[in-house]
Structures are given as structure tokens and as C-alpha cells.
Design a protein around this ligand. Structure first.
Ligand code: PLP
Length: 494
């Protein structure tokens, strides 16, 4: 499969799209054609396990890679998960939670990075590249940790993670700053996630040559990189297959998906899954009180000029999501010139607007809503009381949006009722203070006290990676202003 830039200036093969990470014209890579899954292939997928499903779907995009090797890499990666990598848990009639947090860092990002680590290292071999690759990651907490863990001590790759100093949970920070591995670095940025995102993107576009001079090839590892977005598509197909196999839905009948939105990686993955033929109804984007995206959905104007609020669901505290660009490209009917113009307008004026036809398409495939901190806490508490199920704060936001949506549908007798799958991206133990507060009203300062009390209250098993982080030494302590990010890169390479 070939990949093209959302800004029109480039066309490359799969390995090159992965290794470069971002196009030379500043755009993001998207597949030149979106592959479609036939009915017979769908039937085949029903009988596969998760590694086989992932391998099959990735093969549609990355045919250059040897299937046996990819499959072996995925199996090895999933062996580090605690049981089924993507269990679909039935909560009630027509309500499911898709748990994506059973990997080694307890968040959904383990799934894409498990595959991405292979796509990148093997891609480098396929292209005959000798230089090591420097991967830059701007993270709101979870992608950074997953990247560190997936690439730790891998030859030919260095990883550098930037996170907003006060924009991640204490547990997430501890997980990143105690990371072991000689090829890794973690730096706090004095600012919000968008400062990290802008800084990384700037380095990727403007400083490639400076990094090359020092003998490194620069790339990105967030869902900016299609190699890290594609594996996320599999979770939706897999959830749907599980619904069919367990007799909860008839093959071909539609299901809705409600997804907590940060950088829109998961949402774009669900969108591509739908375009590939997944019987998805609407894709619900759930936001916290950082509501630029729901406003965009309502008004057709994206306005990133607003303060970024620090919320309990910090991975979703994003003003201008990385993957907005791919969405614009697809909504415009793949108009690269228009996409480039809008991204320029976003950078200079802070906003842009959709045309009428686009807005209609946007609204029929998607839905978007934002919820307050109080409503999130209430939802988490009530859901726990009713179902005995503890959610992390992001899932709380998504569940609240899903419930409101279903209430709204309930008022309309003509509305089609579809099963709802709510995506859960992180273990509640990654946000112990806020989760404990939501479930019990108790406010504790210490993360591990929170962990212990949640365990007491819910009897949910504490994941091993959370337990073990407590006694690890903190290795990374550097914090810099956003304009000093590149200096840190140079220090790391010297
Ligand atoms: C990454 C993440 C999200 C959503 O980010 P997207 O880029 O929109 O997929 C939501 N919740 C948690 C806990 C996350 O780690």
C-alpha cells in the first residue's frame, strides 16, 4: 500500500511512511486507498484470535512486511499482556466496555506500540537504513510510557518523551520517570500538552537536518505516525467479531462506539475501520470540559484559541489534536490543498470552518459531546453502585456521554436502537486519587494509598506494573520551558 501526505506533497511506501513518521511537507501520511474487508474475510476473522486479526488487518496496509515475522512479533508482544489483550465486557443489555488497558503499561497505547515497534525496526531494515532512529513522543501521559516500554533497549532506536509537567497524573509521571532502559529519555515541559505537541512537530519539520548531522534519523511515534494508528483499527474489528461470535449482534447489524477523545487517534482508527467495512453506526467523541471538538461538531468551526483546563481526565486535555488533520482530509473528500490551507489557518488565526456538505457528513458519521467534572464523578459513582464496575476518569467521561446519548435517543421513538461499545483506555489504577475520590469521596495525596483503597473498595486486582513502580528509583528529573525542547534533544544525542 502506498501512503500520501494530507497536504499533497508526497507519496511513499509503507516502511517509509512508518520510518519518516510525518511527511516532508508537514502533513500526515494516510493510505492512498482505504482497503475494504470482504464478507468472506469478515467471516474468517470471527475464528481468529487477536494476534491473527491484527496481523491480517495490518497486512492490508503494510504488505511489504513479512507476515510470519509480524505475527511472531505480535504474539511475543501480546504474551506480555495480562490475558486477552482486548476483552469486551458486557455491562447490560446492549452496553459493553471494551477494555484496552491490559498491557504492560496499563493503557490502550500498549496495543499500537506493540505493533509499531516491529513496523519501525523492520521498516528500517527493509529500507536498508543504517543510521539509528530517534523517536520523539509528545504525550499526555500514556503514549509516552507505552513507547518507552516497547522500545526499551531495542537496537537502532532511541526514544525521547516530552510530557506536560503538571498535565499528567502522579502515577503516570512516576511510571515514565522510573523507566528502565539505556536508549530512552524523558523530559517534563513547563506548559500544557499542546506545547509539547507543537514543540515536537516543529522539531520534526524544521530540525530534521540538524538531527541527521548528528547521525540520527528523526521520526514520530504518536498516532501522528500511521504505523501507530493502524494497529488501533484492529480493536474495533475485534470487538465487533466478539459481539457476533457471542450472539449479541447479528453479522452486518450496526453497533455504536463511544470513545474518549484526546488526540483523536482512537476515533480516527474507528473511522478508518468503518470505511474498511466495519458495521459501525455512529462514532461518539467524548470530551471533558476542554470542548473545542464538540463545538466544532455543533458549529462547523474549529476554534483552538481558548485556555486549556486541567481536568481529572488529563489525557484528554488537548486543544488541537494531532489527528485533526487526517479527519479534515477525509471530510473534505481528500482535498490536500484545502487541508493544508486549514492547517495554516489553524496555526495563524487559531481557527477554520467547514463547508456545509462536509458538516453534514461529519454529523452523520460522528457525534460529539462534552461533560463537566462533576457529571463525570457522578457517572463514575453511579455506575459503580449499579454495576460494581470501577472506571478510570476518561472512561467516566465517555460513559457519561454514552448515557446522555442513549437518553436522547429514548425520547425519539423512531430512533434505531443499537448496541453501544464504550472504549476504556486506561486502568483506574493509573489515576488512583481521582478514581478513589469519585467512588468514595475520599481525597488522598498519596498515589499508593489511593491504589490500596480502590483495591479494598472494588476488589479489582492491582496490576503488577502499578505495584512494582513504587520501589523503582526515579531516573528522569529534567524540566524545561517549551522553547528549550530541541536543546534537550541535542544533549541526549551528544
Ligand atoms: C490516549 C488516551 C485517550 C485518547 O487519546 P486519543 O488520541 O484520542 O485516542 C483517552 N484516554 C486515555 C487514558 C488515553 O491514554
Amino acid at each position: 500500500m502506498e501512503f500520501i501526505s494530507t497536504r499533497g506533497g508526497e507519496r511513499v511506501g509503507g516502511p517509509e511512511a512508518v520510518v519518516k513518521g510525518i511527511a516532508s511537507d508537514g502533513g500526515l501520511f494516510v493510505p492512498a486507498d482505504i482497503p475494504e474487508i470482504t464478507e468472506a474475510e469478515f467471516e474468517d476473522m470471527l475464528g481468529m484470535d487477536y494476534a491473527e486479526r491484527t496481523c491480517f488487518l495490518l497486512g492490508k496496509y503494510f504488505g511489504e512486511y513479512e507476515e510470519g515475522e509480524l505475527s511472531a512479533a505480535l504474539r511475543a508482544a501480546y504474551a506480555k499482556f495480562d490475558g486477552d489483550p482486548v476483552p469486551l465486557v458486557r455491562m447490560d443489555e446492549g452496553l459493553y466496555i471494551l477494555e484496552l488497558f491490559h498491557g504492560p503499561t496499563c493503557a490502550d497505547k500498549d496495543l499500537p506500540f506493540s505493533a509499531f515497534a516491529h513496523l519501525l525496526t523492520k521498516g528500517r531494515d527493509l529500507l536498508g537504513i543504517r543510521e539509528p532512529v530517534l523517536l520523539l513522543v509528545a504525550t499526555s501521559g500514556d503514549a509516552g510510557k507505552a513507547a518507552l516500554e516497547s522500545f526499551r533497549d531495542r537496537e537502532g532506536v532511541k526514544v525521547m518523551v516530552f510530557y506536560p509537567e503538571d498535565g499528567v497524573s502522579k502515577m503516570q509521571k512516576l511510571q515514565m520517570c522510573t523507566q528502565e532502559g539505556e536508549n530512552l529519555n524523558v523530559v517534563a515541559v513547563r506548559g500544557v500538552f499542546d506545547d509539547c505537541r507543537r514543540g515536537v512537530r516543529k522539531i520534526l519539520v524544521k530540525q530534521r537536518a540538524d538531527v541527521r548531522e548528528r547521525g540520527y534519523l528523526l521520526s514520530s511515534a504518536n498516532s501522528v505516525n500511521f504505523g501507530s494508528l493502524a494497529p488501533r483499527i484492529c480493536a474495533y474489528f475485534s470487538a465487533y467479531c466478539d459481539l457476533v461470535s457471542s450472539g449479541q449482534i447479528g453479522m452486518g447489524k450496526k453497533a455504536d462506539f463511544c470513545i474518549p477523545a484526546g488526540n483523536l487517534g482512537n476515533i480516527l482508527a474507528a473511522y478508518y475501520a468503518k470505511r474498511m467495512g466495519l458495521p459501525a453506526g455512529r462514532l461518539l467523541c467524548a470530551s471533558n470540559k476542554n470542548n473545542a471538538f464538540p463545538e466544532f461538531w455543533k458549529t462547523g468551526t474549529y476554534d483552538g484559541r481558548r485556555p486549556c483546563f486541567r481536568t481529572m481526565s488529563s489525557p484528554m486535555d488537548v486543544l488541537v489534536p494531532f489527528d485533526l488533520e487526517r479527519l479534515l482530509f477525509e471530510l473534505s473528500g481528500r482535498d490536500a490543498a484545502l487541508t493544508a490551507e486549514r492547517m495554516a489557518s489553524l496555526a495563524s488565526a487559531g481557527k477554520f470552518s467547514l463547508r456545509d456538505g462536509e458538516l453534514e457528513a461529519f454529523r452523520s458519521d460522528f457525534y460529539a459531546d462534552s461533560v463537566s467534572e462533576d457529571d463525570t464523578v457522578d457517572c463514575m459513582y453511579e455506575f459503580f453502585m449499579e454495576y460494581g464496575y470501577p472506571m478510570d476518569t476518561q472512561t467516566g467521561v465517555a460513559m457519561c456521554v454514552a448515557q446522555r446519548y442513549s437518553e436522547k435517543l429514548g425520547e425519539d421513538p423512531a430512533a434505531e436502537r443499537r448496541p453501544m461499545v464504550v472504549l476504556s483506555a486506561a486502568s483506574p489504577y493509573k489515576f488512583p486519587q481521582d478514581v478513589l475520590y469519585a467512588l468514595s469521596g475520599n481525597d488522598v495525596k498519596d498515589s499508593f494509598k489511593g491504589v490500596k483503597r480502590i483495591n479494598f473498595l472494588t476488589a479489582m486486582k492491582v496490576p503488577e506494573p502499578i505495584k512494582s513502580v513504587r520501589y523503582k528509583p526515579v531516573r528522569f528529573k529534567t524540566a524545561v520551558n517549551p522553547e528549550k525542547m530541541f536543546d534537550e534533544v541535542l544533549k541526549f544525542l551528544d
